[in-house]
Every structure is written in C-alpha cells, then in structure tokens.
Design a binder for this molecule. Structure first.
Ligand code: URP
Ligand code: ZN
Ligand code: ZN
Ligand code: ZN
Length: 466
C-alpha cells in the first residue's frame, strides 16, 4: 500500500524519554528509529521535523459517536468524529457501543457498531461493550466477545436509565474478571441524583446551573467508593474509573491502590481547564454533562493526580450535541438537556499546552497519559501507544512554537461550538499520521472515510500493568 516515509530529526518522545531521531516508516509500520537513518528505500518521502515533538498518535478511549441517548442522537458520527480526532492528533479511538433495545445482546450491538464505523472511520477504532442489563445470555456472551471478537473492555453505568443495580454490577465484575476483560464504570449515585433532581425541579429550579446541583461530587465519590469495594468482592476485579471529576473520588482510588487493588482512573480535559463557573454563563447549556463541571479547586486536585501518577489516562468523553438545537432541549428544564460535550479534537492540544508547555508534566508523561497507558490498559499495545520498531506508524507532530486561540471554526467536528472557545494554547498538532498515511496537516484534514480499521484488542491481564 503506502511506501516509505522518513521523518527527520524530530524530538521523538516515548513514555520514558525524548531524543532527537529519525523514524523510517515502511508500509504503515515503524521500520527503524535511530539518531540518523541514511539507508532508505528509493522514492522515500521525507518529512523534516526539526523542532517538532514526534509522538505516538493519541488514543482516546472514551468517545460516544452516533449514540442515541434516548432524548437525542449525538451529532458526530464515525466520519466527523474520527476526522475531528485525526485533526487533533488522535489516531485511535475506542467508542462505546450504544444502548440497544431491551433484550439486545452484545454480539448484536457489535454488529450494529461495526456497520456504523466501517465506511466512515478515518482512523483505527475499537469499541467497549456496554452492559445495559444482566441475564444469563449476556454473561455467557462475555467470554466469546473477549476471545473471538477482541472486545476486551466493558462499561457499566451506575446512573442513567441503563444503570445496573449493585447485584448486577457484582455479577458483571465477577464474570468480566474471569474472562480477562477490564470493567470500566461511570460512577454516580443515581438514587441520590434522582431525589435531588425531583426536589430542585419541584422548587422551580430548572435553569442549567441546577444540573450541577443535582449531581454534586459526593454522588460521584460515593459511587466510586462503592464500586471499588464491589470490585474487591468480585475476586479483585480490575476496575477503570471513567471521567473522574473530583479530588475525593481520586483519594478513594489512591486508597484502593495503596491496598494493592487493581484500579485505574481517567480524567478529561474539561475537568482540568473548565469549572462550574460555566454554569453562570448565558450559554450554560453548552456545559451540561455528567459528572458536571466542578469548583476550580477540584481541577487543582486532578492536576495533582496527573503529576503524582494517580491518574492514568486522559480521554475526552466526546458526546456532542449542537448548541443551537439539541442542547436547547434543556432550556426550560435542565433535566431535558442531552448530556455531553465535544472535545475529541482539543484533548491533545489542551494537555500539551496546560500540561507540557506550562511545565506541569514532561513530554513523556504526556505520551503516557494520552497514548501509552490507554494502549496498555485497553489491549492495543504494542501495536499502538509506542513508536518502537514493528508498531503501527501512528504518530502526531506537535509544534511547540505555535500559539493558537481555540475557536470552533478551526475544528472538524459536526457540532456548532467548542466548550473551549477563546482558550489560548501554546503548541499545536501540525501533522497526524495514521499507519503511515498523513491524515491531517496544518489544520487540513487529508484522510479518507473508510481507511480506519477495526482493531481486535488483547485480553486484559492485571500483571502486565503493575
Ligand atoms: O454527560 C456525559 N458524560 N455524556 C456522555 C455519556 C457518559 O456519561 O459518559
Ligand atoms: Zn440488538
Ligand atoms: Zn459517563
Ligand atoms: Zn462517556
């Protein structure tokens, strides 16, 4: 297919070091990496990368493209969603298979999602299974999903209409542990939220800001502590907490780890660079997501977790609805607003700028959070998440000198706003390469719908992570 590309003299970063080097790509794979490479195939393309950071392409393990949330369907599909991802330096996404009708089984969900993505995805992809209910059939399907289909992680929700009760959570954790799958959890105490929501609406408190009041951080932290204990009851099942938004929840994760429990945590850029002051804005509907944005001191605690290693990954939870139409469903009643924010394109630049360029984290830690750990945890390593010889040539080049003011006009999704409008960043992804093909260059999308491939992932083994 593609021939050879030599990427010359970039600052090549992996999860442990950064060094000036050449990278030779042949047929979509990393063929060589060395201080200088002189022997290259004839006709080899050359990309000059001096002064640029050359890093493994981003892996975003938390997206919701084309998802039907009951009151709305998210407005990015696998074409616009992955196009946007590619332009932001991401080369692999792991989406969540949506919520089928009651009685829908896991294999059917997978067939539906493969069809959604097949002719649309511009970068490689996989899916998390979503356990929306528990019965003998679903439990029996889990092993073949892992072994035959390469679906090696599954999501449980403790809130929303498709929440599981504690007994079902325990059953799911136990079986998923047995079949070498990683369980990911959206932890919020649904009963407490439902009560608070009812009380607020009953008092006429319907404005968007009451969304945040209906789901305070104690609801999230309680559910984190509970699911950590349920995982311990499930023979110490490996557990991955998604979209962590607060310091107390992080402390529970830290405590579990001190007790040698296999628990990992993800946060998202919105919890790092935005705060609950957004709910005072006129366009507050733009910021309705769950868990909601928190007081600014929570962001500081999350940054601390990023710096000290207690947060493992940064993903986006990209779940986009248009502000002009879809988010307006919540205008008279916050509880009618579809939940979720766009962000798949801004993850890498926001973390590069506010993490690396601000001096909080090293370039290697950036790679660890955005690519290496996602690949390790979700069975993509060493095909993805690294630039070692033999890995897929998925990479991103960042120009640390470019200063950009984020505007929705610069982005490539299908929504009509970015929650990060006006935010200034230092450093920008100037080229994204997916299996040797340039899919984005200087703000232009250059990839092709259907070029992304479904990736069969490796089973989860705790000992490979610890
Ligand atoms: O509000 C959010 N986060 N929507 C997307 C679905 C989820 O909870 O991850
Ligand atoms: Zn179905
Ligand atoms: Zn969630
Ligand atoms: Zn999500």
């Amino acid at each position: 297919m593609n021939n050879a590309v030599l990427i010359r003299q970039g600052i090549v970063v992996d999860h442990v070091k950064a060094q000036q080097a050449d990278i030779l790509v042949i047929d979509g794979k990393v063929a060589d990496i060395a201080p200088e490479i002189h022997r290259v195939p004839s006709g080899c393309d050359v990309i000059e990368a001096a002064g640029l950071y050359v890093m493994p392409g981003g892996i975003d393990v938390h997206t919701h493209f084309n998802i039907d949330v009951g009151i709305s369907r998210s407005c990015d599909d696998f074409y616009t969603g992955t196009r946007s991802a590619a332009c932001g330096g991401t080369t692999t996404i792991v989406d969540h298979m949506g919520f089928g009708p009651k009685g829908c089984n896991l294999h059917h969900q997978l067939a539906v999602y493969k069809e959604y993505a097949k002719d649309k995805a511009v970068i490689d992809y996989s899916f998390h299974g979503v356990i929306q209910h528990i019965n003998d059939e679903i439990l029996a399907e889990m092993a073949s999903m892992v072994e035959e289909e390469g679906i090696t992680s599954f999501k449980l929700y403790l809130t929303y209409n498709y929440k599981l009760d504690d007994a079902d959570v325990l059953k799911a954790l136990t079986e998923l542990n047995k079949v070498n799958a990683l369980t990911t959890v959206h932890p919020e105490n649904d009963a407490a939220i439902a009560l608070r929501r009812e009380q607020l609406l009953g008092q006429g408190k319907t404005a968007p800001k009451y969304h945040a009041e209906s789901r305070p951080l104690a609801c999230e932290a309680e559910a984190i502590a509970r699911v950590i204990n349920l995982a311990s009851l499930a023979d110490n099942a490996p557990l991955y907490i998604v979209h962590l938004s607060n310091g107390l929840g992080l402390d529970y994760v830290r405590l579990a780890r001190q007790n040698h429990q296999p628990v990992w945590a993800e946060t998202c850029p919105q919890y790092l660079v935005l705060c609950d002051a957004c709910y005072e804005r006129e366009d507050a509907l733009k910021f309705i997501l769950s868990p909601p944005l928190r007081p600014v001191e929570e962001s500081r605690k999350l940054w601390q977790g990023i710096e000290d290693g207690s947060i493992d990954t940064i993903a986006t939870d990209h779940c986009s609805f248009t502000y002009k139409v879809q988010k307006q469903q919540g205008k008279e009643d916050f509880s009618a607003c579809p939940n979720g924010l766009p962000g798949v394109e801004t993850r890498m630049p926001l973390l590069f700028s506010d993490g690396v360029m601000s001096g909080r984290i090293s370039p290697s830690r950036f790679v660890e959070l955005t690519s290496y750990m996602p690949a390790k945890l979700f069975g993509l390593y060493p095909q993805k998440g690294t630039l070692q010889v033999g890995a897929d040539a998925d990479l991103v080049m960042f120009d640390p000198k470019q200063q950009v003011t984020i505007k929705h006009d610069l982005l490539h999704d299908n929504t009509d706003y970015t929650p990060f409008e006006g935010k200034q960043v230092q450093g920008w992804p100037v080229m994204t390469i997916s299996r040797g093909q340039v899919v984005a260059c200087n703000g232009e999308f250059t990839g092709k719908a259907g070029n992304g491939r479904f990736i069969r992932r490796q089973p989860f083994h705790t000992h490979q992570l610890l």
